[in-house]
Design a protein around this ligand. Structure first.
Ligand code: ADP
Ligand code: MG
Length: 499
């Protein structure tokens, strides 16, 4: 018997549960040791006067305690309530107390018997959780399987412009609109109800403004494995989204300005590229006229001249449309690009410039290159900038020393490599990184933006741009780009997102 009592004492200590019994005739209370500890009283043999215990009740909680006990004494249900006690040293504890009425054989109330548990730690944790919920700048809500709001925090009230009182019980579709709910939100919530943690970000229209919101849906399970509800957290990223959009468009503006400026440097060269085929057209047209005027007209020769006119006309057209592409201000596209053909188109535009400066041009383009993915105009802009820099770097050299070599290749990991080599003064390896800083230029009329823009374009394409020394002299600017991925399956993408 003694052993069982000891075990009971230990169990009470571990669970912070004490028992008590109030004798209704004597109005004295028996407290277990743990009950004494909870109330901050010295454990003792014998009973305690009821006043000594009620004195410990927190003044604000005395009224509810009294009415709950009175209710049970009148024969009502089990007394079950939470209240605070103030220990003699002033410390406040939260307790949960339950008690039943016991009666004698004739049905007269004898005593109240029950248990008291110290739930202070639990309350504190609950209080903290409550604080997080209340004070979070993010909107937080709990959504039931019927797609209705069960709880929302003040952050949610702010963002939705509705009070918790109104929103609780409402269907998500009634808050967001049926279309947004059916098309965007419900598919995500259904995945969450199926057990998945779902994250996404999108623009949403709220009563006061459009906002870019990052949303997470976490499944809430009760005891069973079934997802009972969704914990949804909404983080407002509008400012970041607007800033990054502004940055993107500023970058695009800058890139465009750089294309216009670089193309401007090529005007003479471009005029030459267009004039040449036009001169050929005129020459061939005159020849055709002559063959027609012969007696008899030589139709065979006329046909040949007309074929040449068509070819040259097409060539001039290609040059012009290449220039128009570079000058156009268009949002970046994502296309499959054959880097060799992009390089060749830029070479056509720069050919006369290169010849005019007395450069010896060599090209070495790899036969079967994988395609890359991205914006053709932007990649051509990079090649154009690198060629023009090489031309600038060699402008003060003697003619027989000026070599420009443009090559393409692919490496073992299927990356496509483009390199532009010159035999100019080269770059100092210690300061090579400065060349890629904005406004760094060594030219009297330079802008110092070319390489910055080139690097940002290449990096936006998932590649790298760097400079090394050429042998025996000069610089090699090269960039690498990842080859276009052929088959990325839907599943693979989903896992990547979930990771
Ligand atoms: N091929 C090269 N050889 C030597 N120096 C180069 C070469 N290309 C670029 N540079 C150096 O990098 C600087 C920055 O180039 P860039 O960003 O294109 O601006 P800009 O051409 O307007 O000067 C150039 O002024 C030059 O000093
Ligand atoms: Mg430049």
């Amino acid at each position: 018997m003694r052993r069982r009592e000891e075990l009971l004492e230990q169990a009470q200590r571990i669970a912070h549960v004490g028992y008590w019994e109030r004798d209704l005739r004597t109005e004295r209370i028996t407290f277990s040791d743990e009950a004494c500890r909870i109330f901050g009283l010295a454990p003792r043999e014998g009973t305690i006067a009821i006043e000594e215990v009620t004195e410990r009740l927190h003044p604000e909680d005395r009224a509810i305690w009294r009415s709950a006990v009175a209710h049970t004494l009148r024969g009502g249900s089990r007394c079950d309530l939470d209240y605070r006690i103030v220990r003699p040293d002033g410390e406040v504890r939260f307790v949960h107390s339950q008690g039943d009425l016991t009666r004698d054989a004739s049905g007269r109330p004898l005593s109240l018997f029950g248990a008291v548990q110290d739930v202070t730690d639990l309350k504190r944790a609950e209080h903290l959780t409550q604080l997080v919920f209340e004070r979070s700048p993010d909107a937080i809500c709990i959504i039931g399987r019927d797609y209705r709001y069960q709880r929302v925090n003040p952050g949610f009230e702010r963002i939705s412009g509705r009070s918790a009182k109104d929103v609780i019980g409402m269907h998500v579709a009634d808050v967001l609109g049926t279309t947004v709910f059916e098309q965007t939100v419900k598919p995500k919530q259904d995945r969450c109800f199926a057990g998945e943690e779902v994250r996404y970000a999108d623009w949403f229209t709220y009563p006061d403004a459009r906002r870019y919101i990052s949303i997470s849906h976490s499944p809430l399970r009760s005891k069973s494995d079934r997802v009972e509800a969704i914990l949804a957290i909404f983080h407002d990223l509008t400012d970041y989204a607007l800033a990054s959009e502004a940055l993107r468009s500023a970058q695009a503006e800058l890139a465009h300005a750089n294309r216009v400026a670089t193309t401007g440097q090529l005007t003479a060269s471009i005029a030459h590229e267009v004039n040449q085929p036009i001169a050929a057209v005129i020459m061939n047209a005159q020849a055709a006229l002559r063959w027609l005027g012969a007696d008899p007209p030589n139709l065979q020769e006329v046909r040949q001249s007309l074929d040449l006119i068509v070819d040259n006309g097409a060539r001039a057209g290609e040059v012009v449309s290449g220039i128009r592409g570079l000058l156009k201000k268009a949002p970046p596209r994502k296309n499959s690009i054959d880097i060799n053909s992009a390089v060749l188109d830029v070479i056509v535009l720069t050919r006369s410039e290169v010849l005019k400066h007395g450069l010896f041009l060599q090209t070495d383009l790899a036969k079967s290159l994988p395609l890359v993915e991205g914006d053709r105009i932007q990649l051509q802009q990079v090649i154009l900038n690198l060629i023009m820099n090489a031309v600038d770097a060699m402008s003060s050299l003697a003619n027989d020393a000026k070599e420009l070599r443009i090559s393409t290749s692919s490496d073992a990991s299927d990356r496509v490599l483009v390199s532009v080599q010159d035999t100019g003064p080269g770059v100092d390896p210690n300061t090579a990184d400065r060349l890629f800083e904005a406004f760094y230029t060594t030219k009297p009329d330079g802008m110092g933006m070319g390489l910055v823009i080139c690097r940002s374009i290449i990096e936006a394409h998932g590649g790298r741009l760097w400079v090394t020394a050429n042998e025996p002299r000069g610089a090699v600017f090269q960039f690498s780009l990842p080859a276009k991925q052929h088959d990325v399956s839907g599943d693979g993408q989903r896992h990547a997102l979930a990771a």
